[in-house]
Design a protein around this ligand. Structure first.
Ligand code: GTP
Length: 428
């Protein structure tokens, strides 16, 4: 299984019952772990010790040594996105805390509110992987929106007008959300939305339009031109975050569905279906650009014996270990688990001589370093066939690589056979 480091959050809470519920919820969370403090003094020590390792905080307002929400100033002064959990709802307090910069203010109303606090933490963690582009000709608006986004740990880019925005998006595939004003020099917001929708699907890029009070029909125009949503200025922070989060969550859900359809659950590599979909595109591009492109079929040697000797579960762990080695060594290329103990790789830009050398290095890495399973360290080998035969279909190239794989097995396994060294080859 892939090893993942859990991210740390700080929880400052004096109620034993609430702490117990939060501990239970966090125990089931693979992505985060929590450091619990029962008062402000403990929180000061923890913040000193773990400052740069913490990425968010959940705090109670009423603590034995800080009865008036002082802990919020403490966590905010350490730049920690802070979620307030409190026993009493007080609208004035809520607004005061929100303008101080807390992420949200949640009243303790049973298990559901603790779950909500944790999902906000996870949301913030996801945001670190997302980039939002803020487009407006007013530096004040750009800076206000950017600072709200950064408070929730989004990465932020800014553009002064539509033309600049288009250039930034073309160069930054991580931009998933665009928040744009209307009137701007060079290219206005509506035209920007039209341009973006010609190129990017609703599932790939979210757009939120900004309209000022008095421009009531503008919001409808934004939606008709292709925006997902709009915000009337001036807006309250809570509405801003609701709209941003709602849109990001729907785009992430679609991404997750796509990943599930394209990824092999056991190894985390792409599956066979995705290999063919993406592989055909990459092959066509390489042919158009007159670039070499190598295709390899990799197969674990005597894998049946691994299962027979160590059990099916250990066999699975061996496949996961092999997948990790391949993924690391072939990160530039399209790699997939084709099924069972067989893997496909498509390597645009390199001929079979270079591909052969690269795969041989990985073969050696694996042969030298056994895969750790629960009870044993297991050494495995693989054989592979590689070809860069030009201007044939993906299926034909895979068939050819498969013939070379067969030769590699026949020659004794634990080796690579390519166009350059295959039996009957004139290219050696
Ligand atoms: N543990 C585990 N085993 C699998 C999985 N998929 C396929 N296998 C096993 O992989 C083995 C493949 O065996 P064979 O096709 O005989 O090939 P091999 O033993 O690797 O021998 P050569 O390829 O000829 O070197 C079979 O025993 C399958 O049951 C899987 O997901 N997990």
């Amino acid at each position: 299984m892939e090893s993942s480091v859990r991210k740390k959050i700080l929880i400052v809470e004096d109620s034993k019952t609430v702490t117990k519920v939060l501990q239970h919820l966090i125990k089931n969370q693979p992505r985060i772990e929590a450091i619990f403090c029962t008062n402000m003094a403990e929180a000061v020590v923890v913040l000193d010790q773990f400052d740069h390792q913490l990425f968010a905080a959940i705090v109670d307002l009423n603590l034995p040594d800080a009865a008036d929400g002082e802990v919020v100033d403490l966590t905010l002064s350490h730049n920690l996105p802070t979620i307030v959990l409190t026993g009493s709802y007080d609208n004035e307090r809520r607004e005061a805390l929100q303008s101080k910069g807390v992420v949200d203010f949640i009243t303790k109303e049973g298990r559901h509110s603790y779950q909500l606090a944790l999902s906000l933490v996870l949301r913030i963690d996801n945001n670190t992987q997302q980039t939002v582009l803020v487009v407006d000709d007013s530096a004040t608006i750009r800076s206000m929106i950017s600072s709200l986004l950064r408070r929730h740990l989004f990465n932020v880019e800014q553009a002064e007008h539509g033309k600049q925005a288009l250039a930034l998006i073309a160069n930054n595939p991580n931009i998933r959300l665009v928040i744009t004003g209307y009137q701007m020099p060079e290219l206005d917001g509506l035209t920007l939305v039209q341009h973006l929708r010609r190129k990017y699907d609703y599932d790939d890029l979210c757009i939120i339009g900004l309209s000022s009070a008095g421009e009531t029909s503008l919001s409808a125009k934004f939606i008709k031109f292709g925006a997902n949503d709009f915000l009337h200025k001036p807006f309250c922070h809570e509405e801003f975050y609701c709209r941003v989060n709602h849109n990001m969550e729907s785009i992430e859900r679609i991404q997750l569905m796509r990943d599930n359809a394209n990824i092999d659950a056991m190894t985390g590599l792409f599956n066979r279906r995705y290999f063919f979909d993406k592989g055909r595109q990459l092959l066509e591009q390489s042919h158009k650009q007159q670039l070499p492109v190598s295709v390899a079929v990799i197969d674990v040697d005597h894998f049946k014996q691994v299962n027979d000797n160590y059990g099916h579960q250990a066999g699975d762990m061996v496949l996961q270990g092999l997948a990790r080695v391949l993924k690391k060594g072939l990160s530039r290329f399209l790699l997939a688990r084709a099924g069972g103990e067989e893997f496909f790789v498509l390597m645009p830009g390199i001929d079979s001589e270079r591909a052969h050398i690269l795969l041989d290095t990985l073969r050696q890495v694996l042969a030298d370093k056994p895969v750790k399973t629960t009870d044993n360290d297991i050494t495995v080998h693989f054989s592979a066939g590689v070809t860069d035969e030009w201007d044939i279909s993906l299926e034909q190239q895979l068939n050819r690589a498969d013939q070379f794989l067969y030769q590699a097995k026949h020659r004794g396994r634990n080796q690579i056979v390519s166009d350059r060294c295959a039996a009957g080859s004139t290219m050696v």
